[in-house]
Ligand binder design. Sequence first.
Ligand code: ADP
Ligand code: ASP
Ligand code: MG
Length: 463
Amino acid sequence: MRLVMKFGGTSVGDADCIAKVVDLIKKSREEGNEIAVVVSAMTKVTDQIITEAEGIVSCTDKKNLDTFIDNLRDRHLTALRIVAPDYVEDVTAHINIRLERLRNILIAVNHLRELTPRSRDYIISFGEKLSAPIVSAALRQAGIPSFQISGCDAGILTDGVHGGATALPESYPRIMERIGVKLGAQVPVIQGFAGCSGEGAVTTLGRSGSDYSGAIIGAGIDAEEIIIWTDVDGVMTTDPRMIPEARVIDSLSFLEMMEMSYFGAKVIHPRALLPAMEKNIPVYVKNTFNPTHPGTVVIKESHADKRIVKAVSLIKNSSMISISGFATGKPGVAGEIFTSLAQAGVNVMLISQGSSEMNISLIITEEQVSAANKALIMIKERGLIREYTFSKDVNVVSVVGAGMAGTPGTLYRIFHGLGLAKINVMMISQGSEVNVSFVVKEEDGVRAVRAIHEEYDLDKEEA
Ligand code: ADP
Ligand code: ASP
Ligand code: MG
């Protein structure tokens, strides 16, 4: 069988983890599989690079930069020496070259006092440039022929949108030519998170985008399975860090999983499902540290499941904009609002429209409040709306399950549960037939998730 194994940051976080990754790949190869591997940066490395890049734009003291580069070097070389002792010299040289490149570009950012979206993408793709050579060397050390390659060289061609690029369909034949034909003889280790634009600039695929890289590679090589290896047993009924009673869900449809991840289930990147859906490739989510657990399978139609509601997720750090007093006699005001927000780069997560008062409520992330405000000032100055207000500190709770469509009383049951918990709902939006989302005050967010989790007995095995 031909498959993609994608390993997240925690799965390649240190030498012990990488050893587990090697075992999994080795075992799968011995079962006769052809494998393409996609890796993330080691845990926290991308965050550290972002902090350094954002700090150095205005920083006059470059001593921090030396410490930063030395720490990255120490962490990666420590792992390398343990997992691939025979390849230390070669790979160290490689890593040192990359670290010098990173140092130089950070110095340039400091001199220019400018971090453009393009240079930022180039810089933040370095985490994967450091982890992939180590994983590949560890495979060679275990007797498995392997090479490492960037997402760009592997054939991922994007639309060039920095910070959140989308892969173009032309990527697939390129991936087949560059990676597909080599499978079997070798195990390619592909740097996740980035591809490049038509003009060759590095473009990242959004935070946590290595899942998306895995799925793009899977679609490109015509994989029969894509396995997302992570640090939990599978996709769970809710974030286990928030509600410890969360349980693993054995199967979900692509649509259910997409809604869950779009609304905050961090275990998989929302866009990672698209290439898999396009080519109808099942996506497994499994635990690197507990590989015998069957995990979750995400497929076109989930297995027959009597549950109406399967999962609840939460997006924190959100803000609600209430806009009222649309100019009468001027059609298309809502359209103008959305266009201006989109032009300002604001992503609208939820919309709810009132009919009589000519008003709408929108939910955006807190970081985008200032950009949204600038866009709305102009709309107001043009006389298209009378007023707007921001309610900061709100949470979006999202309830997912294909069984909700066509089950009378679902909304009653959800809101009855919330009522019993004395939680006030500020806005409701039925985004799709598998999802109902609503907005509550920040302090009620986790309680609301718990109320629904309990109302639907999600902590219990299905009867
Ligand atoms: P990786 O480094 O493997 O990409 P992530 O940290 O991106 O891992 O995603 C895995 C984490 O997602 C889990 O450790 C878990 O805390 C969190 N998570 C949030 N919601 C869910 C959910 N519904 N199911 C499983 N994990 C979830
Ligand atoms: N390293 C990248 C990030 O932290 C991509 C990923 O881990 O999936 O966002
Ligand atoms: Mg992830």
